[in-house]
Ligand binder design. Structure first.
Ligand code: PEP
Ligand code: MG
Length: 579
C-alpha cells in the first residue's frame, strides 16, 4: 500500500480502477520541399487548420446548452488562436522561406508562441501557453491524419501527467463517466482545474511522479480529495479498502443531501439568519446563480468582464451585463459590484500596463482607477444607471488609505451630477463599501466609517499582505495561511468596528466557503459570507446544524489560540457529523 499526498481541486471520495493515460509523442519528420510543392503544402496546412476549427466549433456548439459559458471560453480561446491571421501568415511564410514540410513548421511556430507566453509573468498568459500547445498538437494530428486512440476511461479514475481542457470536454460530450482525476501537473487556477470543479469531478493535482509508479490497471485505487485528507492510496490493503467503501457510501449520501439544500432557505437551530452570498466573475456564472439559491451577490468581480473583452467595455455594454446579473437574482436581493480590480495577476490583453517589479504591491485596482478617470467614470456611470430602482451597491477594491475613498466618492458625486444634467435615471442613494484586503485598512477600519456603508473583507489578499507571502507562490504556500491568528484577530477587529458603528461586515475571500472558516467567522461576529456558488449547499448544511449562541462562545478561544493548527483542531470537532 502506498499513500501519496496531493492537492485537492474538487472534494470527494472515489474507489475505482485507474486508467493510466500516456499521451503519445507525435513523431515529426522533417522533409525538404521543392519549389513546386510549396503551394500544395500551404493548402495542406490550411485544410488542417480548418479541420481543427471544425472540431472545436462542433464541440462548442454541442456543449452550448450543457455547460457554463465560462467553460466554453477555454474552447473559444483555442478557436481564436486558429483564426489569428498572424499565426497563419507565420506558418505560411516559414513554409515558403525554409521550404520544409508543414508539421515541422507548425511545431516550430507553436513552440515559439509557447516560449513567449511562458516568459510572461502573468499566470493567465502562462495558461494561454497551454492552449497554444493543445491547438498545435491538434493541427499536427490533422496534418498527419492521426485519429485519437479510443480510450476506455468510462467508470475509471484517470491518471495523467496533465489533462487538457479539450480532452476533458470531449469526454464529457461523449457521455463518458469519469470517476476521478489525478494529475502530476496543473495549477489550482489552471483551466483544467476550473473545469474539474464545475463538472464536479473529484480531482487531485500535483501528485509527483505518479506516471512512473508501478500501477496495476485492474486493481482498485482510492482517491480521497476531501480537504482534510488530499491523498491517493495505491494498492490499498483489504482493511483500508473496506473502511473506504463505507466512507465512500457515506460521502455519496452526504453529497445527495447537500444537493437538496441548493434551493432551500436555512437558519441556525436557534433561528438566526446567516446571509450566504456568492462571488461571481462577470456574467459567466449566471446559470449557477439560478441553480444555487443564495442571499445575493457579495462580490461581482467586474475585471472578468474587462478581461473577456477585446477592448474596454462601453458604458452601455456594462449596464446590460450588470442588469443581467441582477435579474438572475430574484426578490430584489443585493448585488455588490466591485469596481475594476485590474493589475497584479489580472491583466488586460488590449492595454499595456507599465512593467512593475512587484505588481501585487503596485499599480492595481483603485490605484489604477484613480489615475485613469475616464475608465473609472465609465464604470461608475454604468453601475449607477444599472442600479436605478434596484438593490445594487458599489464596492472599491484594494483600499489602503481614507483619502482614496474620499477621492473615489468625489468622483462618484461628479458622475452623479453628470447623469443628473443629462437627465438619465440613476440610483441617487447608492450604498458604497470598501474591500478590507490591505492591512492598513483593517487596522484603521474605524477611520473609514464616515465615508462608507459597509466593509467586505478580502482574505485572499489580506493574507498575502499581512504575512508577506504571495498568494500564487507555491514556495511560500505553507506561510500563506488565512487561519493565521494575525488574520483572525484583524477580522475580529473589523467585525467589532462594524458592530460599533452599525456597518455591515462580510467576508468574501475564498476561506468564507470553507467549513472550518464558516464557524470561525460566525464566532467572530460575521453574519455575511460570500463564496463560490458551488459551496453554498455545504455552507447551508453547516448553518442549519449549529446554534449561533454556542458558536459565539468560541470567540475568545480562537483569538487567544497559539496558532492556526490549534484553532482548526478546536473547530474541527464541531464539524464532526455535520460535513
Ligand atoms: C480577496 O482578495 O480576498 C478577494 C476577494 O479579491 P480577489 O480574490 O478578487 O483579489
Ligand atoms: Mg483581492
Amino acid at each position: 500500500m502506498k499513500k501519496i499526498k496531493a492537492n485537492s481541486i474538487f472534494e470527494g471520495i472515489v474507489i475505482g480502477k485507474p486508467y493510466l493515460r500516456k499521451q503519445k509523442e507525435i513523431k515529426i519528420e522533417a522533409r525538404s520541399l521543392r519549389e513546386t510543392e510549396i503551394e500544395a503544402e500551404i493548402n495542406r496546412v490550411e485544410k488542417a487548420i480548418d479541420d481543427t476549427k471544425y472540431e472545436i466549433r462542433h464541440l462548442i456548439d454541442s456543449l452550448k446548452d450543457r455547460v457554463n459559458k465560462n467553460e466554453l471560453k477555454i474552447l473559444n480561446v483555442q478557436f481564436m488562436i486558429l483564426e489569428d491571421p498572424v499565426f497563419l501568415s507565420d506558418v505560411k511564410n516559414k513554409i515558403e522561406k525554409d521550404m520544409i514540410n508543414a508539421e515541422v513548421v507548425v511545431d516550430r511556430v507553436i513552440k515559439k508562441y509557447i516560449k513567449m507566453f511562458k516568459s510572461l509573468k502573468d499566470p493567465l498568459y502562462k495558461e494561454r501557453a497551454n492552449d497554444v500547445s493543445e491547438v498545435g498538437r491538434k493541427i499536427i494530428e490533422n496534418l498527419l491524419y492521426l485519429t485519437p486512440e479510443k480510450e476506455d476511461v468510462n467508470d475509471k479514475i484517470i491518471i495523467a501527467k496533465e489533462l487538457q481542457p479539450f480532452e476533458l470536454l470531449k469526454f464529457y460530450h461523449d457521455g463518458v463517466n469519469i470517476l476521478g482525476i489525478i494529475t502530476e501537473e496543473g495549477g489550482k487556477t489552471s483551466h483544467t482545474a476550473i473545469l474539474c470543479k464545475s463538472l464536479g469531478i473529484p480531482t487531485l493535482i500535483g501528485v509527483k511522479n505518479i506516471m512512473f509508479l508501478d500501477i496495476e490497471q485492474d486493481k482498485e485505487i482510492i482517491l480521497d480529495s476531501r480537504l482534510d485528507k488530499q491523498l491517493v492510496i495505491l494498492n490499498p490493503e483489504e482493511e483500508i479498502l473496506k473502511e473506504y467503501k463505507i466512507y465512500e457510501k457515506k460521502y455519496r449520501e452526504f453529497a445527495k443531501e447537500i444537493n437538496q439544500l441548493k434551493i432551500e432557505d436555512v437558519k441556525t437551530l436557534d433561528g438566526e439568519k446567516i446571509n450566504l452570498h456568492v462571488n461571481i466573475g462577470g456574467d459567466i456564472e449566471i446559470t449557477q446563480l439560478k441553480e444555487f439559491k443564495c442571499d445575493g451577490v457579495g462580490l461581482l468581480r467586474t475585471e472578468f468582464i474587462y478581461m473577456e473583452n477585446d477592448k474596454f467595455p462601453t458604458e452601455d455594454e456594462q449596464v446590460k451585463i450588470y442588469e443581467k446579473v441582477y435579474n438572475a437574482l430574484s426578490d430584489d436581493k443585493p448585488l455588490i459590484i466591485r469596481t475594476l480590480d485590474i493589475g497584479g495577476d489580472k491583466q488586460l490583453g488590449y492595454y499595456d500596463m507599465p512593467h512593475e517589479e512587484n505588481p501585487f504591491l503596485g499599480f492595481r485596482a483603485i490605484r489604477f482607477c484613480l489615475k485613469n478617470l475616464d475608465i473609472f467614470k465609465t464604470q461608475l456611470r454604468a453601475i449607477l444607471r444599472a442600479a436605478y430602482n434596484k438593490n445594487i451597491k458599489i464596492m472599491y477594491p484594494m483600499i489602503s488609505k481614507v483619502e482614496e475613498v474620499i477621492k473615489a466618492n468625489e468622483i462618484l458625486e461628479e458622475v452623479k451630477k453628470e447623469l443628473e444634467n443629462e437627465k438619465i435615471n440613476y440610483k441617487k442613494d447608492i450604498e458604497v463599501g470598501i474591500m478590507i484586503e490591505i492591512p492598513s485598512a483593517a487596522i484603521m477600519a474605524e477611520r473609514f466609517v464616515d465615508y462608507i456603508d459597509f466593509f467586505s473583507i478580502g482574505t485572499n489578499d489580506l493574507t498575502q499582505y499581512v504575512l508577506a507571502a504571495d498568494r500564487l507562490n507555491k514556495l511560500v504556500s505553507d506561510i500563506y495561511d488565512p487561519y493565521d491568528i494575525s488574520i483572525l484577530n484583524l477580522i475580529n477587529h473589523v467585525s467589532e468596528v462594524g458592530k460599533k458603528y452599525n456597518k455591515k461586515v462580510s467576508v468574501c475571500g475564498e476561506m468564507a466557503g470553507e467549513p472550518i472558516a464558516i464557524l470561525i467567522l460566525i464566532a467572530l461576529g460575521i453574519k455575511d459570507l460570500s463564496m463560490l456558488p458551488s459551496f453554498i449547499p455545504r455552507a447551508k448544511k453547516i448553518v442549519k446544524s449549529i446554534n449561533l449562541k454556542d458558536i459565539e462562545q468560541y470567540k475568545d478561544k480562537i483569538l487567544n489560540a497559539k496558532n492556526s493548527k490549534e484553532i482548526k483542531k478546536l473547530i474541527n470537532k464541531l464539524l464532526i457529523g455535520v460535513v
